[in-house]
Design a protein around this ligand. Structure first.
Ligand SMILES: NC(=O)c1ccc[n+]([C@@H]2O[C@H](COP(=O)([O-])OP(=O)(O)OC[C@H]3O[C@@H](n4cnc5c(N)ncnc54)[C@H](OP(=O)(O)O)[C@@H]3O)[C@@H](O)[C@H]2O)c1
Length: 286
């Protein structure tokens, strides 16, 4: 997400990046690192985007302290710094704040009820940001793909292993979780549009439409030229993962749409990613 945002801003004729540190350049969970970073800025930014998080959903179940520091406490530190310099904080959050039992997409004012440590810590991060300033922007998104480790890369890697004769048999993918896969590049454009609209508070923003992980895998495998490759449908419980996942975490994005911010269908985003220079299809496995 962070690198998609940097690419989007670099291509903008009006926006300018004052700093875009990676984890080595800024540890958001370390108060000294945060205050040093803000103190060293060459000029005060209008907007600060926090795209950093502890995103290993399963590892959060055992690394509870680290997940809490990065996902819950750190956003509060950033919010305090932003308030003191008059910058608007844009903080990214997640669909996993919801329990997943609704029979329709979740709205911003629906009750939360995270089932995992990741979801609980991210929810606390949201609250800490908005309690510092209700005009800050907290944007929940879902099932993000782009540069870096992600589900699409894992699926393409499996296709390549079969092509190279290093694995065989069908793929096996979960088909009982519903969400909206979201292309980081589309989300970056949407975030900039939300900021430009002057919006503040809590927003949902993901690519339009909904899918299961199986649907997303099928699209990717077909696009990778392997429509004959079978994909078995698994149930979430078959995987026995440490962290529970919401069965339905589709986000209702109509609040952002009312400000004119709408992301295209997830299939278009996924195909564009698969055909881009950053596509995992350009990376050879093994
Ligand atoms: N990926 C998804 O499906 C998804 C879905 C919904 C919401 N989100 C949210 O979207 C945002 C962006 O996620 P992403 O998909 O881009 O995740 P990502 O690829 O895992 O990127 C997270 C980044 O945060 C950095 N980071 C971790 N701890 C840090 C710390 N203490 N200080 C500074 N940087 C730190 C990581 O660096 P290292 O790798 O070097 O630690 C990594 O570069 C997050 O808020 C996430 O919760 C993601």
């Amino acid at each position: 997400m962070g690198s998609a945002l940097v690419s989007s801003l670099n291509a903008s004729p009006v926006d300018r990046i004052i700093g875009s540190p990676d984890h080595r350049g800024l540890d958001i969970a370390n108060p000294e690192s945060v205050s040093r970073f803000f103190g060293d800025l060459s000029e005060p930014p209008d907007v600060v985007v926090n795209a950093a998080a502890y995103t290993h959903v399963d590892r959060c179940e055992t690394e509870i302290d680290e997940a809490t520091q990065v996902n819950a406490v750190a956003p509060g530190l950033l919010a305090a710094e932003c308030r003191s310099i008059g910058a608007k904080l844009v903080h990214i959050s997640t669909d996993y704040v919801f329990p997943g039992e609704a029979g329709r997409p979740y709205r911003e004012d629906d009750p939360t009820g995270p089932r995992s440590t990741y979801g609980r810590t991210k929810l606390e991060g949201e609250e800490r940001v908005l309690s510092k300033d209700s005009g800050f922007l907290v944007v929940r998104t879902s099932w993000v793909f782009g540069r870096g480790r992600n589900f699409i890369g894992a699926i393409i890697g499996q296709v390549q292993l079969r092509r190279n004769g290093e694995a065989d048999g069908p793929l096996r993918v979960v088909d009982d979780q519903r969400g909206s896969p979201t292309y980081a590049a589309d989300l970056a454009e949407g975030l900039r549009a939300l900021v430009a609209s002057g919006g503040g508070g809590l927003f949902h923003l993901s690519n339009a439409g909904e899918a299961t992980w199986w649907d997303l895998a099928r699209l990717c495998v077909d696009e990778a030229g392997a429509p004959e490759l079978e994909i078995e449908r698994l149930k979430t419980k078959d995987l026995d993962l440490p962290a529970p996942r919401p069965a339905n975490s589709v986000l209702d994005c109509s609040k952002a749409a009312a400000l004119g911010v709408v992301l295209r269908d997830w299939r278009e985003g996924a195909l564009e990613y698969l055909r881009s220079e950053a596509s995992p299809m350009n990376v050879r496995s093994g």
